[in-house]
Design a protein around this ligand. Structure first.
Ligand SMILES: [Zn+2]
Length: 308
């Protein structure tokens, strides 16, 4: 029951209603300057909405600082029009979603508050992103994603589950040229585990990766982003760096999957808002390959770089 409750909090209540901006991906800016103009408006609207909503002071301060920096990076765009109704609605929903995460922070650590020893993506250069895919491998989904990334010459990181590697056996996707790292053995909420069960999540995944012929990078993504001091201390001992995300596609949400293009639109809106960082997708969701295929051709046109 406790497990169910924590999953509901992390996956349901914590995320709230996903924010939509249907149609953005089909009507994306045509060039980097258009992207900057939209980015400027999004940051102005988000900063104002977060201050209006209120919330924990550390969250208000952190959003204010990020938005001011982004406004400077976007530069002057006197020609940039105001946000559309859909854009304004997206920002209102997204701010409320982030406020709910900020309020749950004391009990459920998430990507919006982190320690200096973790990576979230904020330290990356302007207009630079990493693409990450969690929970795989899964037959029929991981491989098309890998093929699509190769076609565009884009690097990415796959945070795999030891259990899914074991299930894939010798039908493991071809990860050559990509970063592969651990996302635990079976996606347990680490905070619920005994000390032995916790270390097993790491060691069993390492063992399975060796059997699958994979060399895991020294980074780790906690399932649900759920980790506290005990988990961070263990990662430190194992030489692993905790790696989170700041652009959450929510590609696992039924409501996000209900309309083609919705996941790609949300991801693009957050890339324009945050301007840099780590994008989170899942190579176990049937819609994800097609949504990624909508997004990838736009990135160079918008002046975005994908980093390893
Ligand atoms: Zn996961």
């Amino acid at each position: 029951m406790r497990k169910l409750l924590s999953l509901l909090l992390l996956y349901g209540i914590a995320s709230g209603e996903p924010a939509h901006w249907d149609g953005l991906i089909e009507n994306a800016p045509a060039h980097p300057s258009g992207a900057d103009g939209l980015s400027l408006r999004l940051n102005q609207a988000y900063a104002a909405e977060v201050q209006r909503l209120g919330g924990p002071q550390w969250w208000l301060d952190s959003v204010g600082k990020q938005c001011r920096k982004n406004v400077r990076s976007a530069g002057e765009h006197p020609e940039a029009l105001g946000l559309s109704d859909k854009g304004r609605h997206f920002i209102e929903e997204y701010a409320a979603e982030q406020q709910r995460l900020a309020k749950l922070q004391a009990r459920y650590p998430s990507e919006i508050r982190w320690t200096a020893e973790e990576t979230v993506g904020w330290e990356m250069p302007d207009r630079t992103f990493q693409l990450t895919f969690d929970d795989g491998p899964r037959a029929g989904i991981s491989q098309p994603i890998l093929d699509n990334l190769r076609q565009f010459g884009m690097p990415a990181t796959f945070f795999v589950l030891g259990k899914r590697l074991a299930e894939a056996g010798d039908k493991c996707p071809d990860y050559s040229g990509f970063v592969v790292a651990s996302h635990s053995y079976d996606h347990a909420n680490l905070l619920d585990l005994s000390p032995t069960a916790l270390t097993d999540q790491f060691s069993k995944t390492e063992q399975q990766a060796r059997r699958s012929g994979l060399k895991l990078a020294r980074i780790f993504r906690a399932p649900y982003g759920s980790r506290a001091q005990r988990e961070l201390a263990l990662m430190r001992r194992l030489g692993l760096r905790s790696t989170l995300w700041n652009v959450d596609s929510q590609d696992w949400q039924a409501d996000m999957q209900a309309r083609p293009g919705r996941i790609a639109s949300r991801t693009l809106a957050l890339m324009l808002l945050h301007r840099h960082g780590i994008v989170l997708m899942h190579d176990v969701q049937p819609q994800t390959p097609a949504e990624l295929a909508r997004l990838l051709p736009l990135l160079a046109r918008l002046g975005f770089r994908v980093a390893p």
